[in-house]
Write a new protein. Structure first.
Length: 642
């Protein structure tokens, strides 16, 4: 079973060689060494599999699935040297036998490694996945005592006749009213915010009619997402067709999940947990596709048994940065519906709507969670930017001819630019703007037009931060010539050459993004600020400060010297753009296909644009085609557990 090369090396040498070839991290090697200390008799193959299982987290996987058809590339990448693959001898069936016999492995979580069928977990990841599945299953059993005839009239008032078509927003509200958990998914412009505000109006109205008042909390994974939802939800509440007392009982301020759960500085633990749950009757979380397994376990663990949870998000967006693809697992079959007969009858009774086209079948049975999941299918924003919606659908459906045609059909809002890596076309596009949108030159001019009075600086900063969202450059890569690190350096040098930015670290007009949570400042990873001159009232001279807009709309001014966890953000990764929206989004594609470029990444980039989208291609059109044909997959057992 052992190869000649493997026999010539001890397990430590093998770990080192794999690490030196970037197939393992220092952390993975440390875990394998720790397990060897705990169990000196452990087989070398088991230790190597443990290291690889740890390494899977870097790619977002919760486990190592030995039955996965793509296991070889999952372990070794695309083109590994043959001598490296021999470091782990044998085949998956043999590895399973070794794991089953190893004292380091159990099925019940009593050992550092857990084997669940063909899936190998580190114990912490297994425990989180089980906890999330159990918590969701428990909430699905927590029904409400609201009869259908009680819901029919208020639902009819909140959702007037829709002309014979199925009103999926109304269906979503009906389904969400009858259980301890509900999921509402849909693409941009399908009305997720409108739906949840009307749902809050429905539930709060019914509660107040019964002499109660629901304690409602609203949250989102990032500060940007929270700020955007705060802005939109306030407008929606004002228009809600309910009594004024009910509107007053609906909160409009959205907080981050970290603030909701109560962060503890220098700790992974939160103030709210199973022994100190949140004081809330209803929790709504937007942009749920950004929630990783760790955060979902913390969120569910912090909810009291009676607290209702509503998750909103787009199942087709990129999965979370950290391990897991929770929203994707929960909504795997949302487009099919898979509704049971009792669900069809309930929707008919409450909404007077027939959704039997989405009933379960023998081949596609409906789970309990499917009965609490609604997909919004009508894009209400398409009349404003039909090209973006059409392109997003073409990407999502892997329709390459349609994607190419859409760029030609909607050339007023969709643009493809073939760029030369040796030129400065990219810099010129960003500086001067394109597609009818202002570029960086206009932003820098506005930055230097300081208001005369100190009281005017907050509204001025708010307007400039909004102007910053008019145009945003995105990349799917972090490093390399087409990654955000080098792109930001290129753009900064060009601004210096044009005399717009001085050659120093901090200057007026520099946009920055938080790269970690700073609890003392109250700023979270992903928050974007703009460096501005702030008038010092004592010295009557401008001093540089970084302006951030908090979720409640307030402007926070921070000394640059106080900030050690920021980076320039003329360009940001597509991952970091989630939860944000820009009038004009520009996506850089490299000169060759890349493993990180996937259908979900392209879809997410396209749907960040509200008015126009530009594709900046340094290679041939085949790079886009390759990305659209590649779907993100993450090893997890959550969907099967549910």
């Amino acid at each position: 079973m052992q190869s000649d090369l493997f026999s010539a090396l001890n397990w430590e040498d093998a770990l080192t060689l794999l690490r030196d070839n970037r197939l393992l991290r220092d952390l993975d090697v440390a875990i394998a060494r720790f397990l060897k200390q705990q169990c000196p008799g452990a087989r070398d193959e088991v230790l190597l599999l443990a290291a690889f299982t740890s390494n899977q987290q870097a790619s977002g996987h919760l486990c190592l699935d030995l039955a996965n058809s793509e296991l070889h590339s999952q372990l070794w990448g695309t083109n590994p040297p043959q001598e490296l693959t021999t470091l782990l001898p044998g085949k998956p069936a043999e590895w399973l036998s070794l794991l089953q016999a190893s004292p380091l492995v159990s099925r019940d979580g009593k050992t550092p490694l857990v084997l669940d069928g063909s899936r190998l977990y580190l114990r912490r990841n297994w425990a989180q996945e089980v906890a999330v599945a159990d918590a969701i299953a428990q909430r699905l059993l927590t029904g409400t005592d609201l009869p259908a005839d009680t819901l029919r009239e208020p639902l009819g008032k909140l959702f007037p006749e829709s002309g014979g078509e199925t009103n999926w927003q109304q269906v979503a509200c009906a389904l969400a009213s009858r259980s301890g958990i509900a999921i509402i998914t849909g693409g941009p412009g399908t009305g997720k915010t409108t739906t949840v505000v009307r749902l809050l109006g429905l539930l709060q109205s019914l509660a107040m009619d019964a002499g109660k008042r629901l304690r409602i909390r609203l949250a989102a994974p990032t500060g940007k997402a929270a700020a955007r939802l705060t802005e939109s939800i306030g407008d929606q509440v004002e228009k809600l067709a309910v009594d004024a007392s009910v509107r007053d009982a609906i909160p409009t301020e959205v907080t981050t999940l970290h603030r909701l759960l109560g962060t503890r500085p220098d700790s992974r633990h939160f103030r709210h947990h199973p022994h100190n749950p949140l004081h809330a009757d209803l929790v709504v979380v937007d942009e749920a596709s950004m929630i990783d397994m760790d955060m979902m376990a913390c969120l569910l663990g912090a909810l009291a048994p009676h607290t209702r949870l509503i998750l909103l998000g787009d199942k087709d967006q990129l999965a979370s940065v950290e391990a897991g693809a929770v929203m994707g697992d929960l909504c795997r079959h949302a487009s099919e519906g898979r509704y049971r007969q009792d669900t069809l009858d309930f929707v008919k009774a409450t909404c007077n709507t027939d959704i039997s086209d989405y009933r379960e079948t023998t081949q596609a049975p409906g789970t309990a969670l499917a009965q609490q999941t609604a997909m919004l299918r009508t894009n209400w924003r398409s009349k404003d930017s039909p090209g973006i919606g059409e392109l997003a659908r073409a990407v999502n459906e892997e329709d390459l001819p349609r994607a190419r045609k859409v760029f030609q059909q909607y050339n007023d809002s969709l643009h493809r630019h073939r760029l030369n890596s040796a030129g400065q076309q990219l810099e010129d596009l960003l500086l001067n703007g394109s597609g009818g949108h202002d570029g960086l030159r206009a932003l820098f001019q506005a930055v230097h037009a300081m208001p005369p009075q100190r009281d005017d600086f907050d509204p001025w900063a708010a307007a400039l931060l909004k102007q910053l969202t008019h145009q945003q450059l995105l990349s799917g890569l972090r490093s390399g010539p087409y990654g955000v690190e080098q792109l930001n350096q290129r753009i900064t040098r060009y601004l210096q050459q044009q005399g717009l930015a001085p050659e120093r670290e901090w200057y007026a007009g520099r946009p920055v993004m938080m790269t970690r949570n700073d609890y003392q400042l109250g700023l979270m990873n992903g928050d974007v600020g703009l460096t501005l001159p702030l008038l010092d009232e004592q010295k009557q001279e401008p001093l540089l400060r970084v302006a951030f807009q908090l979720p409640n709309g307030r402007i926070k001014w921070v000394l640059p010297s106080r900030m050690d966890g920021v980076e320039t953000v003329y360009a940001m990764t597509v991952h970091k753009s989630q939860g944000s929206e820009f009038r004009h989004t520009l996506l850089v594609l490299p000169d060759a296909p890349h493993p990180l470029l996937t259908r979900e990444l392209i879809y997410t980039a396209v749907t960040r644009a509200r008015a126009s989208f530009s594709l900046l291609e340094f290679g041939t059109p085949s790079v886009l085609d390759s990305a659209i044909k590649k779907r993100t997959w993450r090893a997890s057992g959550l969907a099967q557990r549910l």
